[in-house]
Design a protein around this ligand. Structure first.
Ligand SMILES: *[C@@H]1O[C@H](CO)[C@@H](O)[C@H](O)[C@H]1NC(C)=O
Length: 266
């Protein structure tokens, strides 16, 4: 019995040749994997009480000992080290729906039970995680719908600054739900602003519960309503070509389709 226990404890000992430190970069809302591995002794199935700890410089964020797991409040429902993977030597930490505030340094440890219930923490891996916000541009014609991604359920509000304005106004608050013009998709983390107008032009910021920017979208509302296809085609003709073709409708189409070489032949 004692011998069994002893080998079990040895089984939990960490491999000294730990991985070098890693860097992981992501944008908000994605899943990331902070890599970590340890080596169970050859030919042995690691015991279920292997105790893995992931922590930041400040706090412990995740622990697993066999089937028992614990995670810090600020990561509620977002962390995992799958037990079966841990037993086969993979102590990688999965972080779902990664947030700006998750940015920082992480370190994994294997807690090893020594003689007389003395515990030692063996460092396995350090990982630097950087989480960035999204930055995009969108252009619409008046009357079109503007779809704004929220990226994560932790996005709490959207604020707007008009083109010639210096103030930020609320466009959407999660706690208040939909308004007449701004509607959240029932399942997806996205908003639709109906029928944009000129006055909607400007910068939209999606903010999380810490007030950090998850996303910044620059919206341009173009001067003229979308012209019809025919009208647009004519607009696209270079002026010199249009002039040399003397407005012949028969010539316009081939000129558009073919290269300038054909223009020279004509
Ligand atoms: C370790 O597990 C993570 C997820 O838990 C997975 O993404 C990764 O590919 C695994 N690594 C290896 C070497 O199997």
């Amino acid at each position: 019995m004692a011998a069994l226990l002893y080998s079990a404890l040895i089984g939990c000992s960490a491999d000294a040749s730990a991985l070098p430190s890693a860097s992981i970069v992501s944008t908000v809302g994605n899943q990331v994997v902070l890599p970590c591995s340890w080596k169970p002794p050859l030919g042995e199935v690691a015991p279920p009480d292997c105790h893995i700890v992931w922590s930041t410089l400040v706090d412990t964020v995740f622990e697993r000992r066999g089937v028992v797991r614990w995670e810090a409040d600020e990561f509620q429902g977002r962390l995992e080290v799958p037990e079966e993977r841990l037993r086969s030597g993979n102590c990688s930490l999965i972080i779902r729906d990664v947030q700006i505030a998750d940015t920082g340094s992480y370190e994994s440890f294997m807690v090893v039970n020594g003689a007389r219930s003395k515990k030692t923490r063996v460092s396995l891996q350090t990982v630097k995680l950087s989480v960035y916000d999204h930055k995009t541009y969108q252009s619409h014609h008046p009357g079109e719908d503007f779809v704004l991604q929220l990226y994560t359920q932790h996005s709490m509000s959207v604020v707007f600054q008009g083109r010639d304005s210096s103030v930020w106004t609320d466009v959407w608050l999660r706690e208040e739900g939909n308004s007449e013009r701004v509607v959240k998709h029932p399942l997806l983390q996205q908003l639709t602003m109906r029928k944009v107008q000129h006055t909607d032009e400007g910068v939209y910021k999606v903010l999380d519960e810490n007030g950090l920017a998850v996303s910044t979208v620059q919206l341009t509302v173009e001067e003229n309503p979308a012209p019809s296809r025919q009208f647009r085609t004519q607009e696209n003709i270079p002026t010199d070509v249009a002039a040399s073709s003397s407005g012949s409708a028969l010539l316009i189409l081939p000129l558009l389709v073919c290269s300038l070489q054909i223009v020279r032949l004509v």
